[in-house]
Design a protein around this ligand. Structure first.
Ligand code: ST9
Ligand code: ZN
Ligand code: ZN
Length: 332
């Protein structure tokens, strides 16, 4: 379902509705919002249900075990996105043996951020055409669009056209990814909504509605917002120690919320580093802790990283001066 409610000017990000009378149609038709009302309604329900979940916690209706469970499965599903869809499948920053790949694919399914193939395609397109019309969540279109607005409108035609140049053949050869893609419409609702709502009822007799609003709705919404902050906040606020000429920033708060994915200026400059950050500090990068742990037991291997010399050169060539190795700092 579509509604061409607003016209979009990619340079000035303003509503061109009122100009519609003045400009010739060919110029005006460059891009129109096409709102996908099904998604808008789903997000409205999700957020209302989430607020009700918060209320159920505040009035003490939720069992402690349910809260512990919600936090635990949030963390596990986050790993499916960060260590799985992002660092393993999108960037090939390390290799993983099949038990780890299956674990990450199951966790990524529980996170419901689209199946791995679609997630990776959008993400590779984001890296290749960052902050242009071809970027699915182009941060030049403002905080809301890059955060969640992009999931409520049809994509810009540049995303389809330029996105077609992105190589996805590695994923097409991965049976785990292709199995998940084929079975997603069955597995995702089960793993993201049904099982998380059912387990607290079955195991410690939680009220089914409390379980639905807290372990399913609230848990899912919070993990979505933490993820979306990487596309919004970490393309707006923070330092640019490695490259001041790109939009992506290093943002510690986002790094903590998104399990190490907020060191986004570094990540856009060195996307093949399995840490998605210069330093392997686990407190702001739990995903690195998981990959290192898996590597210890041989489940992850060929971990790629970046030499300090390469980092130093890049910092002094394009950094904003906020990095400790910055020559601009030394000169002060
Ligand atoms: C979600 C994703 O939330 C979040 C991703 C975040 C990424 C963050 C990255 C940062 C690092 C990781 C941080 C993790 C932190 C975790 C911490 C957690 C605590 N290239 O899409 P369609 C073509 S999802 C090439 O339908 P529309 C293609 O042919 C949330 N081609 O476009 C495709 O057909 P097919 C839940 C492309 O119609 C066709 O176009 N999910 C590309 O414009 C149609 O594609 C939702 O809300 C491309 N990039 O619809 C669902 N894209 O697929 C939202 C498309 O058959 N999605 N094509 O090959 C939708 O409903 C729709 O996609 C739409 C656009 C309405 C948004
Ligand atoms: Zn980015
Ligand atoms: Zn990336």
């Amino acid at each position: 379902m579509t509604a061409s409610a607003f016209l979009y000017d990619p340079t000035h990000q303003k509503n061109l509705g009122e100009l519609s009378q003045l400009e010739p149609p060919r110029q005006r038709r460059d891009y129109e919002w096409q709102i996908v009302w099904r998604n808008v309604l789903a997000f409205v329900y999700l957020h209302m249900a989430t607020l009700y979940g918060v209320y159920l916690i505040l009035i003490g209706k939720t069992k402690i075990l349910t809260l512990v469970f919600a936090v635990t499965i949030s963390a596990m599903s986050a790993m499916g996105v960060t260590a799985g869809a992002h660092r393993l499948w999108a960037h090939r920053a390390y290799k993983a043996r099949w038990p780890l790949r299956i674990f990450l694919a199951v966790m990524q399914t529980m996170a419901f951020q689209n199946h791995i193939y679609e997630w990776v395609r959008d993400h590779r397109v984001h890296h290749k055409f960052t902050e242009t019309d071809a970027d699915p969540h182009n941060a030049k279109r403002g905080f809301f669009f890059s955060h969640m607005g992009w999931l409520m409108v049809r994509k810009h035609k540049a995303v389809f056209e330029k996105g077609a140049s992105v190589d996805m053949s590695d994923l097409e050869k991965d049976p785990i990814v292709m199995f998940q893609k084929k079975t997603y419409l069955v597995l995702m609702p089960l793993l993201c909504f049904v099982v998380p709502a059912w387990l607290p009822v079955a195991l410690w007799n939680e009220n089914p509605w409390v379980s639905w609003y807290v372990a399913s709705m609230l848990r899912y919404t919070i993990s979505l917002h933490f993820t979306w902050l990487v596309n919004s906040a970490a393309h707006i606020w923070g330092n640019r120690p490695y490259d001041q000429y790109i939009g992506a920033t290093d943002n510690k708060a986002v790094a903590i919320c998104a399990f190490g994915e907020g060191w986004h200026n570094y990540h856009h400059v060195f996307p093949w580093d399995y840490k998605a950050a210069e330093l392997g500090n686990y407190s702001t990068n739990l995903s690195t802790a998981l990959i290192d742990f898996a590597a210890k037991y041989g489940l992850a291997y060929d971990l790629k990283t970046v030499s300090i010399e390469m980092i130093r050169k890049r910092v002094s060539r394009t950094g904003d001066g906020s990095h400790p190795l910055s020559s601009k700092k030394e000169a002060l």
